[in-house]
Design a protein around this ligand. Structure first.
Ligand code: SAM
Length: 236
């Protein structure tokens, strides 16, 4: 049995009773960063039977090892550094492996930055698209053009170092009327939502953070209602 256990995205209280129980009972707990996981486990009195690390640098070899354990009948619980395993993090490789082996995969739901940001963004939540992280270079411009034309709300994960650049790119592609919400440090002490048109949010961010935006961020873009001013093609 493979359990995908959601963990908090900041506030350690955002942990379900079921998640705590599964982490106590599983034969193996695989986590992205053992030091990070130990802080959470200590807070909730979780002493895993066996703790192994599982991250983007060893995901292939570790996925194969965990697959052997699963095949042998062990229960494995996967946690990542924050939120729901498999959502823009390395856990998806083991999920795929387990499904391929015919092993049951059970989600233990909880925090997810994308859903938390979307729910409080003020954007239409009836239909939305999750873009995760955009490509850094190759294909980025095309992806942004695609996003600008999207009529559903769009949820994007972005590094704080690139937030201003992303807002500028969205402004160029979507025009000044489009609304956006920047969700920063959700569930943490400095949690904040900056909502407005793209130029308003960009101005607020530049005023508050002349150097670099601080903390983890999610951007939620309003869907295109048909009035978007598209950037001229081929001007890259
Ligand atoms: N699996 C996670 C989830 O369920 O949301 C996402 C992991 S992904 C590697 C990390 C990204 O999620 C960050 O770069 C940021 O965009 C977003 N994120 C995670 N925690 C956040 C928080 N507390 N506030 C805002 N964004 C957060």
């Amino acid at each position: 049995m493979l359990y995908l256990v959601a963990t908090p995205i900041g506030n350690l209280e955002d942990m379900s009773l079921r998640a705590i129980r599964i982490l106590r009972e599983a034969d193996v707990v695989a986590c992205e960063d053992t030091r990070h996981a130990r802080i959470l486990f200590e807070r909730h009195g979780i002493r895993p039977k066996r703790l192994v690390s599982y991250h983007s640098h060893n995901e292939k070899s570790r996925a194969a090892e965990l697959a052997d354990e699963l095949r042998a009948g062990a229960s494995v619980a996967v946690v990542t550094d924050a939120g729901t395993p498999g959502i823009s993090d390395p856990a998806w490789a083991i999920v795929r492996e387990a499904i391929g082996l015919g092993i049951e995969v059970i989600p233990i739901p909880g925090a997810c930055a994308a859903i938390a940001a979307l729910s409080a963004s003020g954007m239409d939540t009836t239909r939305f698209v999750f873009e995760g992280f955009l490509p850094l270079k190759k294909g980025r411009r095309a992806r942004i053009a695609q996003i600008a034309g999207e009529d559903r709300s769009v949820v994007i994960y972005e590094s704080p170092f690139r937030i201003k650049r992303l807002l500028e790119e969205l402004l160029a592609a979507c025009g000044p009327e489009r609304r956006v919400a920047l969700a920063r440090e959700i569930t943490k002490i400095h949690e904040e939502f900056v909502r407005g048109t793209i130029p308003e949010v960009l101005a607020a961010v530049e005023l508050r953070f002349p150097e670099t935006v601080k903390g983890e961020c999610v951007v939620v873009l309003e869907g295109n209602d048909g009035k978007t001013e598209m950037e001229e093609e081929g001007s890259e």
